[in-house]
Design a protein around this ligand. Structure first.
Ligand SMILES: Cc1ncc(COP(=O)(O)O)c(C=O)c1O
Length: 445
């Protein structure tokens, strides 16, 4: 049974209104803006989180069937083994003039898991780890151009793809990313290609191959590679002497122990991890072949906060706990059951929704139809009333059980019935208590 108090949510919403005045954009991460889910309803803040259960500032309790900290908490919230290791590190001092020895143990573990890699550097966030990886690639190749597929954070090197006008990054997870504040002089340094479209990368190589420093991509997001796509990309990187960087920030560790490239069978020159690596504590890792990582010695890549001990301790403890639990087949079973449940329930209610998911990243599309975003908002609104954080994305974790899933699907069944009824009478938008959710980046007014 879901425990869900009937408190109004006033404190949580009021604090967010003040937060929006004091903090431009409301939060530090686009995907944690309540406006992305259900404006005025989605609880912006939590006071506690354990397993898959969160409590907001009004004491309302929710089960997380959304993204578990945007993919950061693969072992569930408040994982004891990781928390205990971190607490011990804190009691012994989390930072000092000297370095944290856990860095070496974490590097050992990561290169042992990825036999093609010999060295590691650490950051704390994912986007900055990607900036490190690109800096390394540009240094060792002494070139500047980057070919990119997918989303890789907020840095100049990435947003430069949108400097040529238009929204070249629009088809890459997040639409509407303005290159505001990115120097116009970076125009022509980053070019995009779409996943499973090797001809688009070939065209970039044909024009810029001699200046190509790096090819940057996720080995996989929701859909699997087709027709040897990853092998073709690998071959192009070799042919043009570019560094192949696999961004494993979201996919890494979700479906197997290590990067998703291990199960997809193609090795990069650099792989980048963050998110699940620390189970919510900040740790980013850039691992790579020794010859490529030499670029990290030549270039100036250095930051005080990358040396504190909590991140590396959490990373190490997370890997040890994953190794002990071996949670991947259970997480996959949960992902598969949720996706099958969505499909079956959509069909039984006559809703033509589509489901995508690979590597345990599940996505529900409320289309086709111009009201898809209104339906997504209504789904979240009604699931909140049933005690769930839920939307278009579901990232299962080790704390989700098949029992949780069955109760959740019962709620989805009721909400889909309401959506189908509202649609039949053409009043989806009339059922929304507030405005529709935002899609992609936009300025908050
Ligand atoms: C594939 C990928 N790369 C990079 C990032 C950026 O990581 P962070 O938000 O930790 O800076 C994300 C975040 O969602 C991501 O999904």
């Amino acid at each position: 049974m879901i425990t869900h108090s009937s408190a109004s949510g006033d404190r949580t919403q009021q604090l967010y209104r003040r937060g929006r005045e004091l903090i431009p954009g409301g939060t530090q991460l686009l995907s944690k803006r309540p406006e992305m889910y259900a404006p005025e309803l989605w609880p912006a803040y939590f006071q506690s989180a354990k397993g898959i259960t969160l409590t907001d500032l009004d004491g309302r309790v929710f089960q997380d069937f959304s993204t578990m900290g945007i993919g950061a908490c693969l072992l569930g919230y408040g994982c004891d083994a990781v928390d205990e290791a971190v607490i011990t590190r804190i009691r012994n001092g989390s930072t000092s003039t000297l370095n944290a020895p856990e860095e070496v143990a974490l590097a050992e573990k990561l290169v042992a898991l990825h036999p093609w890699a010999q060295q590691a550097r650490f950051t704390r966030a994912g986007g900055e780890a990607m900036a490190v990886a690109v800096r390394i690639a540009r240094t060792v190749t002494d070139r500047s151009v980057v070919a990119v597929c997918g989303y890789h954070g907020w840095s100049d090197w990435y947003l430069a793809a949108n400097l040529m006008g238009g929204d070249a990054l629009g088809g890459h997870l997040l639409p509407g990313l303005e290159p505001a504040g990115v120097p116009a002089e970076l125009t022509g340094t980053t070019f995009t290609f779409r996943y499973n479209q090797p001809a688009e990368l070939e065209a970039i190589c044909a024009r810029h191959g001699k200046r190509l420093a790096a090819i940057v991509m996720e080995p996989m997001r929701h859909d699997p590679p087709r027709d040897g796509f990853l092998e073709k990309v690998r071959a192009m990187a070799d042919r043009f002497g570019a560094v192949l960087i696999h961004d494993e920030i979201t996919n890494g560790f979700r479906a197997n122990f290590g990067g998703s490239h291990l199960r997809l069978g193609v090795d990069p020159d650099i792989a980048v991890f963050a998110k699940a690596l620390g189970n919510g504590y900040p740790i980013g890792a850039v691992i790579g072949r020794a010859a490529v990582m030499d670029g990290a010695q030549q270039a100036f890549i250095s930051s005080t906060s990358w040396t504190e001990g909590i991140g590396s301790t959490a990373g190490l403890a997370t890997l040890l706990e994953m190794e002990r639990l071996q949670p991947w087949s259970r997480i996959t079973a949960v992902a598969d059951r949720v996706m099958q449940g969505w499909r079956d329930l959509a069909q039984s209610h006559g809703l033509a929704f589509t489901v995508h998911g690979g590597g345990n990243l599940c996505a529900l599309h409320f289309g086709p139809g111009e009201d898809a975003n209104a339906i997504r908002t209504l789904f979240t609104q009604e699931m909140l009333e049933s005690g769930y954080l839920a939307g278009a994305g579901f990232y299962p974790c080790a704390a989700h059980t098949l029992n949780h899933v069955e109760v959740y699907l019962g709620a989805v069944d009721r909400v889909f019935a309401d959506i189908a009824a509202a649609r039949a009478t053409g009043n989806i938008r009339a059922k929304l208590k507030h405005r529709e959710a935002d899609q992609g980046f936009r300025r908050l007014t």
